[in-house]
Design a protein around this ligand. Structure first.
Ligand SMILES: Nc1ncnc2c1ncn2[C@@H]1O[C@H](COP(=O)(O)OP(=O)(O)OP(=O)(O)O)[C@@H](O)[C@H]1O
Ligand SMILES: [Mg+2]
Length: 325
């Protein structure tokens, strides 16, 4: 431990032509934690990661990693960090194992240590069976894993993962999440970018919401959700014609009026407590109303974003919305 924050960014600016990618961004992350940078397409996530990883020169402001200035001493920064970019970067002609051994040599680990570390990370990412095949024969998910494996060869103290789970199937995604947790237990500081509140929620102690090159909110998942509002219970009725009866039957259960979108068969109520779903089912049953579905909807990135900025996330970044109520 240095006593310094793992990452400290002050008033960082970067412009590409007319586009302001970083607009005086400030951010501090303590050592040994997972920080999620949550934001929609074009928010500036990759630009920030690239600036911290010394791959891009900012126009103004300051950034330090473990107290080392990224502009003044990029080589020292590079020795301390690992980076998995948004798009997997692997050498197609080499095998998985050769890719990793090459990274070890680039980190000056020496031949024997590079071989040993390559074997270790191949095992860790379940790539041992495919280790001696050319990377050109790997599936997208395997490439992604190989790319992540490569970031760990040098045992970095600070790891940058730019949308690490995009393109992974659910099982690989869960494995990656486990790995992030394990690395954190070993003391690695991790900054990961994501478009999914759920991912930030599961992994990160600290979440920073980024929009148009600025941090618009920071806190734990619980703190951010607090600002967004509660989970909602969504009830899908069997009979669209009896919406008004349902509304009347459910009104006493909620501390605000049940909401329904016009022409919809769904009603939603704020989740006031764990007993609410059972109470809703009983109340509708007493009123002779059938239900075909019941679900608890937790805030999405779009909800967080709307609450913080008054704007919606661009549609292509979002999963389909369940209910508008
Ligand atoms: N090399 C570049 N040249 C021109 N514009 C760029 C360049 N890199 C980024 N930008 C612009 O800067 C803004 C921020 O881009 P950035 O890649 O940091 O966003 P992001 O948050 O990583 O988005 P995504 O979720 O789509 O990866 C965008 O408007 C983008 O078009
Ligand atoms: Mg990006």
């Amino acid at each position: 431990m240095t006593g310094e924050p793992a990452i400290q960014v002050d008033a960082l600016r970067k412009r590409f032509g007319d586009v302001v990618a970083l607009d005086g961004l400030d951010l501090v992350a303590p050592e040994g934690q997972v920080l999620a940078l949550l934001g929609p397409n074009g928010a500036g996530k990759t630009t920030l990661v690239r600036a911290l990883a010394t791959l891009l020169v900012p126009d103004g402001g300051r950034a330090r990693v473990l107290g080392i200035d990224v502009l003044a001493d990029p080589l020292r920064v590079r020795r301390e960090i690992g980076l998995a970019g948004q798009f997997a970067a692997v050498d197609e002609i080499l095998t998985g194992r050769e890719n990793l051994e090459m990274v070890g040599m680039l980190y000056h680990l020496g031949r024997a240590e590079s071989v040993r570390r390559a074997r270790e990370v191949l095992e860790r990412f379940e790539l041992t069976d495919a280790a001696d095949r050319r990377a050109s024969t790997y599936s997208g998910g395997m490439r992604r894993r190989l790319d992540l494996a490569a970031t760990l060869v040098g045992q970095p103290r600070v790891l940058f993962l730019d949308e690490p789970t995009s393109g992974l199937d659910p099982r690989s995604r869960a494995q990656l999440w486990d790995m992030v947790r394990e690395l954190r237990r070993e003391g690695t500081t991790i900054l990961l970018t994501t478009q999914y509140l759920e991912e930030a929620d599961r992994l990160a102690q600290l979440i920073a919401v980024i929009d148009q090159g600025r941090i618009v909110a920071e806190g734990s998942a619980a703190e951010l959700k607090e600002r967004v509002g509660r989970d909602r219970l969504v009830v899908r009725l069997a009979d669209a014609g009896r919406m008004e009866d349902a509304r009347v039957a459910l009104s006493p259960l909620a501390d605000e009026a049940p909401l329904a979108a016009p022409g919809d068969i769904r009603l939603s109520l704020p989740m006031t407590g764990p007993e609410l779903p059972a109470e809703v089912v009983r109340a509708l049953d007493r009123a002779g109303l059938g239900i075909v579905g019941l679900e608890i909807r937790t805030p999405t990135l779009d909800d967080v974003f709307f609450a913080l900025t008054g704007r919606h996330v661009e549609r292509e970044a979002e999963q389909p919305q369940e209910v508008t109520a």
